[in-house]
Write a protein that binds this ligand. Structure first.
Ligand SMILES: Cc1cc2nc3c(=O)[nH]c(=O)nc-3n(C[C@H](O)[C@H](O)[C@H](O)COP(=O)(O)OP(=O)(O)OC[C@H]3O[C@@H](n4cnc5c(N)ncnc54)[C@H](O)[C@@H]3O)c2cc1C
Length: 544
């Protein structure tokens, strides 16, 4: 991918997208797929914010049924199926166990009714392109059966349980990148580390583009556009406020959510339980480890200053220990890695953040008599592609373009053109007998149909093929991230292009080796190399 900069930008675009999370990435892809010219700018790295903070679920959102948010659930269930189709290497069926206890405020019969409705709403769940993605409806289990499947479920008071399927978004960062790459393949120009600092606005209140500060080259430039689409997630209100564009400022709530990564506690199901007076807590399988999630706490500070705190970590750990596990509780020292972020939620006066809807809003500012600007607020990762469809429908109307039918639900994402993923993995396992089958699978998942392109990087340097972690990640990924995927920092490589940093510190020798490869490729000075290492060390620290 060639990075958009001051020199190669076009004189004008149909659309400029602010933000390279999943919303911006999906909008950029949808718009270019319909023939519009698009530039996307992201102030940090692609998917560095909320889109990498998720619970890694592509889900209908069973709990939204409690509030009878049928349309969100139905849209999410449809998109769940679409994502399983268009990203077969990144989205996989994931079984959940919903357990009912004698002390629960919600009776088992309510869970059961909810599940029946969930199954009805996912009537088209198996209209899938690959058999291995097919899932069943819900099933009921006795406590004995539940404990046999997942011994980490709490025994005390366990009455019954239900098993149902949603899907796992195994690497949200790479799924976001796949949307970005798909947009680029259709002609979009994109840049990470390019911050929108203001808007180009006429006296007649027509937005005609944005001012950009390139944080990589330290250059300033303007991007002219017929329409600017603000997909800045938790910053969506702040981007607008910096230019005093609006008479009635947007009110966005931010809710913090964090996750803890610990050694394997659950087998292959997500187990979940309600925390009295709070919400729910879950433990799920991820890369042979267990992910614990999540908090949902209002955050009123500056989103740039947000970080995972000791208080939140200890609170989530205490919640998890109170509803899971039967003997030894998980200790703070067992935590290998923490991550999280801020949910951008559309402000609701009478609800707390957990109760606030995950619906999205698309604002066009007709009431402000402001043209040329659209803001997207709220939403879920799962529904981003369909959000983008709605946004681009609006964009076509606002720019007077004829309506084009959306094709993005019908085409594989860039890198995911694999009609039978399981056969693909088998074929690569046979073709590469020197690699462990688990390693081949891991790299097929992360790189999809670019698996061979990745390995070709090691042709000149066999050291790039040596496994660096238990999943069999390799040095070639570091080089590929820089040459092909616009990685500019060590953090981009460790946390968003590869999984080398997302299970915790990879070990000092390994980290130094990766940093050295990156330094050679990106021509870092000694000081810059040390700065990059210092920055990632901060992210590896578990605040307990
Ligand atoms: C704890 C947690 C768990 C979640 N779990 C799930 C889940 O399991 N499944 C699910 O479907 N959803 C989940 N979600 C919701 C989902 O993550 C979000 O809906 C989604 O990621 C929002 O994406 P976004 O692109 O709108 O925001 P972001 O990913 O935050 O992207 C916005 C981007 O805009 C950029 N930006 C801001 N200001 C500027 C500027 N001035 N110039 C340029 N760029 C700018 C930011 O740097 C950022 O990268 C979860 C959210 C949280 C917090």
């Amino acid at each position: 991918m060639r990075r958009l900069d001051k020199q190669n930008k076009q004189p004008e675009y149909d659309i400029v997208v602010i933000g390279g999370g999943i919303s911006g990435a999906s909008v950029a892809y949808e718009a270019t797929a319909r023939g519009l010219t698009v530039a996307l700018v992201e102030k940090d790295d692609f998917a560095h914010a909320t889109s990498s903070a998720t619970s890694k679920m592509i889900h209908g959102g069973l709990r939204y049924l409690q509030k009878m948010e049928i349309s969100i659930v139905r849209e999410s269930l449809r998109e769940r199926r679409v994502l399983a189709n268009i990203a077969p290497n990144l989205v996989f069926p994931l079984p959940f166990l919903l357990n009912s206890y004698s002390h629960d405020s919600i009776p088992y019969v309510a869970f059961k009714m909810g599940m029946i409705l969930y199954d009805l709403l996912s009537y088209d769940k198996n209209r899938l392109w690959q058999d291995a993605k097919k899932i069943t409806g819900h099933k009921s289990y006795t406590p004995e059966q539940l404990l046999q499947m997942e011994p980490y479920i709490k025994k005390e008071g366990l009455k019954k349980g239900l098993m149902y399927y949603d899907y796992a978004n195994i690497v949200p960062e790479r799924l976001t990148l796949a949307f970005i790459k798909s947009a680029v393949a259709k002609g979009a120009q994109v840049a990470n580390y390019a911050k929108v600092t203001g808007f180009l606005v006429t006296e007649g209140k027509q937005v005609q583009g944005v001012k950009v500060r390139d944080l990589h080259t330290h250059e300033d430039y303007d991007l002219q556009a017929n329409l600017v689409i603000n997909c800045a997630g938790p910053w969506a209100d702040l981007v607008l406020h910096q230019s005093n564009l609006l008479e009635q400022p947007l009110h966005l709530m931010r809710s913090e959510g964090i996750h803890l990564i610990v050694d394997k506690k659950v087998n292959n199901h997500v187990i979940s339980a309600t925390i009295p007076g709070k919400g729910h807590c879950f433990m799920g399988p991820w890369r042979n480890h267990t992910m614990i999630g999540t908090t949902d706490k209002r955050y009123d500070g500056d989103p740039d200053a947000w970080h995972v705190t000791k208080e939140s970590v200890l609170e989530l750990l205490a919640d998890a220990n109170s509803v899971f596990g039967n003997d030894t509780p998980i200790k703070p020292s067992d935590i290998k890695y923490v991550y999280g972020g801020l949910r951008p939620l559309v402000e609701s006066k009478d609800k707390d953040v957990y109760g606030t809807s995950r619906h999205y809003e698309i604002e066009t500012y007709d009431h402000e008599k402001l043209t040329g600007l659209v803001t997207v607020a709220g939403g879920k990762f799962t529904t981003s592609r369909s959000l983008a469809e709605h946004v681009v429908d609006k964009a076509e109307r606002l720019t007077g373009r004829p309506h084009q039918k959306s094709q993005t639900a019908e085409q594989y994402l860039e890198g995911s053109n694999i009609p039978d993923f399981e056969a693909f993995v088998k074929q690569k396992t046979v073709a590469y007998p020197d690699m462990k089958p688990e390693q081949v699978r891991f790299l097929c998942e992360y790189y999809g149909d670019k698996f061979e392109d990745l390995l070709s990087i090691a042709e000149d340097n066999p050291a790039y093929l040596e496994p660096l972690d238990a999943d069999g990640e390799i040095g070639a990924q570091v080089i590929y991230a820089i040459r092909q995927e616009m990685a500019l920092t060590l953090g981009d490589i460790l946390f968003r292009r590869t999984g080398l940093g997302t299970l915790g510190h990879p070990g000092q020798d390994c980290l130094n080796k990766i940093a050295q490869w990156a330094a050679e490729e990106l021509h870092w000075t000694k000081e810059e190399l040390q700065h990059q290492i210092d920055e990632v060390e901060k992210q590896f620290k578990v605040p307990v």
